[in-house]
Design a protein around this ligand. Structure first.
Ligand code: NAP
Length: 313
């Protein structure tokens, strides 16, 4: 049995691993199919403090992993299919590892950006296609960008991208936007944003040097058209990776884990959440790392209290 198991190896999970390992708890870290999380799909990370010249996403994650290993964190590759949080120790059924028992669990399985699912999209991630304006907007200085989506994320990304881009075209599949009025108004009042509504994206057009356009169908006329662009930001939402929890933890309407304000405690004692799986708002590597630290400290405190209670009994 493990004192603590961490599920997920993004900045949240790995920071929790560094802290718990340094505290002598030798956590088991379960690494899923995308070790390192979303940062391993990006190129250069320029906004993680401590790297004045930037650092490549995969290298940053590799460094965090080595740092956790140095203090005794144990890594195993596996896919958590099921959990049982009805009694302690908690039980995890992990494909590739088997049954794992733990006194405490930290969930840091992240969230995955949704993609439209059109040809040319996934192939050009990092070559003009992005799902993160904060991460990649800087690379589109004085360039034309398309943002796809009609919700608050799309409005926010479009507004943010006007800091860099010469022009932002917002493409949405319906005439009505889903976004809140205040976010819509902000985007509508921005001179750099133009609108291409009632258009369904069909294909990302790319050349040797990356994205050059987006092929669309005009839903009113049925005609197809191509809008030229240097970049395509897909802002149609994220899916938090919580399905394996089988509804045992409380979530919001979008599936993000709910934690007690100011902590990383879920509704089950000894089960903590950090990183994007509990954060639909900031979604940054540094904020994920921050909550990873909090989860480890909350977890240590929980284990101390359990031990103290056992001694008293
Ligand atoms: P969302 O509200 O679910 O909106 C997703 C948008 O993407 C919708 O307009 C949807 O079109 C479109 N879409 C979905 N699948 C698509 C596809 N395959 N092809 C083309 N378009 C597609 O997601 P979100 O904007 O990420 O917001 C999620 C939550 O976070 C909301 O509660 C939001 O208020 C919140 N949020 C808040 C802020 C803020 O307040 N600063 C910022 C971001 C997000 P349809 O409308 O046709 O379905």
């Amino acid at each position: 049995m493990y004192k603590s198991v961490i599920i997920g190896t993004g900045p949240g999970g790995l920071t929790a691993a560094i802290y718990l390992a340094r505290a002598g708890l030798a956590p088991l870290v379960i690494e899923g199919p995308e070790p390192g999380g979303q940062l391993t799909t990006t190129t250069e990370v320029e906004n993680f403090p401590g790297f004045p010249d930037g650092i490549m996403g995969p290298e940053l994650m590799d460094n965090m992993r080595k740092q956790a290993q140095r203090f005794g964190a144990r890594f195993q590759t596996g896919w958590v299919n099921e959990v049982d949080f009805s009694k302690r120790p908690y039980t995890l059924q992990v494909e590739g590892i088997g049954e794992v028992q733990a006194e405490s669990v930290i969930i840091s399985t992240g969230a995955s950006a949704k993609y439209i699912g059109i040809p040319g999209e996934k192939e050009n991630v990092g070559r003009g296609v992005s799902t993160c304006a904060t991460c990649d907007g800087f690379f589109f200085r004085n360039k034309k960008i398309i943002v796809v989506g009609g919700g608050d994320s799309a409005m926010e990304e479009a507004n943010y991208l006007t800091r860099f881009a010469s022009e932002v075209v917002l493409v949405h599949r319906r005439s009505e936007l889903r976004a809140s009025k205040i976010m819509q108004d902000r985007a509508r009042n921005n001179d750099k944003i133009s609108w291409s509504l009632n258009r369904t994206p069909l294909e990302v057009v790319a050349g040797e040097r990356g994205v050059t356009g987006l092929k669309l169908r005009n839903n009113e006329t049925g005609e197809e058209e191509i809008i030229e662009t240097d970049g395509l930001f897909v802002a149609i939402g994220h899916t938090p990776n919580t399905r394996f929890l089988g509804g045992q933890l409380t979530t919001d309407d979008y599936g993000y884990l709910l934690v007690k304000p100011g902590t990383t405690e879920t509704n089950i004692p000894g089960v903590f959440a950090c990183g994007d799986v509990q954060d639909s708002r900031y979604r940054q590597a540094i904020s994920a790392a921050g909550t990873g630290c909090m989860a480890a400290l909350d977890c240590e405190k929980f284990l101390d209290e359990v031990e103290a209670a056992q001694v008293t009994v």
